[in-house]
Design a protein around this ligand. Sequence first.
Ligand code: SAH
Ligand code: SF4
Length: 423
Amino acid sequence: MNVHDSEKIAGILSGHGYEASSEVKDADMIVINTCSIRQKAEQKFLSELGRLKHFKDRNPNLKIAVAGCIAQLKGNDIFKRFPYVDFVFGPSNIDTLDRWINSRAQNTEHRTQIIDDRQHKTALQDNPEYHLKSIPSKREGQVRAWVSIMYGCDNFCSYCVVPYTRGREKSRPLDDVVNEVKRIAEQGFKEITLLGQNVNSYGNNLHKNIEFTDLLKAIHEIDGIERIRFVTSHPKDLSERLIAAMRDLPKMCEHMHLPLQAGSDKVLSLMNRGYTYKEYKGKVDALRASIPHIAITTDIITGFPGEADDDFKATLKALKEIEYDGIFAFKYSKRPDTSALSMPGHIEEKVKSHRLSQVLDLQSAITLRKNREVEGRTLEVLVEGQSDTDKDKLTGRTELCERAPSFPQSFEPALEVSNRGRE
Ligand code: SAH
Ligand code: SF4
């Protein structure tokens, strides 16, 4: 989501004639887009911003803006510690960057040469119409595109800062999303990933009868788009309709990212996740029953407050039982405003780390075994470009696995297509 927000920031800047500079020292404008999901990201940001003072000292006309969730959380405090920052704007105010640049341009006309209008500006207020705005994006690459379908989150998982930084959940109107995808298809993009903190509740603030599967069907009609993905699905809201749509729409990649977070019901309840492990496993079984080769990935948190050894063992057991294709795992990190912060039973750092390494070791073995299953096979790959690690190699994703022969009678088109899942 943050990567795509950066593409929107770049879209606004390029509309004003800015081009990306390859060296920081050559920049006239630096925008740092921040993440506050865990503390580590915050620490990285603070040291990065500290380094920028030197550039501002050398070039007083340089403008520095701080965007994203840390901007939203820290607001005016950023100016106290870093007075050389000019503009601070939150993730629901990306559109204001445009106005800020325009207002600076007007100031500049009046002041002839000098642009050292060292006025600290912020845009952190509630922006109730943000989801109705079409913000231009300057997208990376030419094959895969991110598309926001909703902003914010109403779930208030007890560890998570997102509802406080990105505000209440709001879906973009269906036509706005469809028109954006049409434009993307015209530009030659082949794969889109729909973005939202909980895509399953898409449409809650829209016309009563619109839901996520309606959006998927509308996008599926668009010529030129060959693969459709989405993140993230909240397990509590994963519906049979969505599973059926994934099964029935041939362009849907057969991959579901379904964050479990923990295997213990006690911990899941403390996290306010809204499901038990049994309910979650029931959804995984339903997905696999309908789409047998589906790739399933997840997020895991280790060392949540109150997580006893037995609770942690339940997470290991869940990983063994479900056999994910891949996971993202994190140590619990204390976040401001969240209810977990004041819960009893915070876990020592070294215990959290030890648990994290146990999770990663276990999953590495499972992922390796799953990857070996495709060794030696010839698969269709949508090439995305040069590999980051080796410029002589191309990187892309496979079109993986045959459809199982036992598809429901009512479902015909999918018998002719193959499954799209793993990277
Ligand atoms: N909306 C998505 C996730 C967004 S955040 C969802 O609910 O699935 C991505 C992941 O970061 C979460 O799934 C969680 O595993 C992790 N995360 C969020 N807050 C965290 C915290 N305080 N400490 C550790 N991990 C956290
Ligand atoms: Fe955070 Fe939970 Fe919302 Fe995901 S669903 S963004 S983890 S509050």
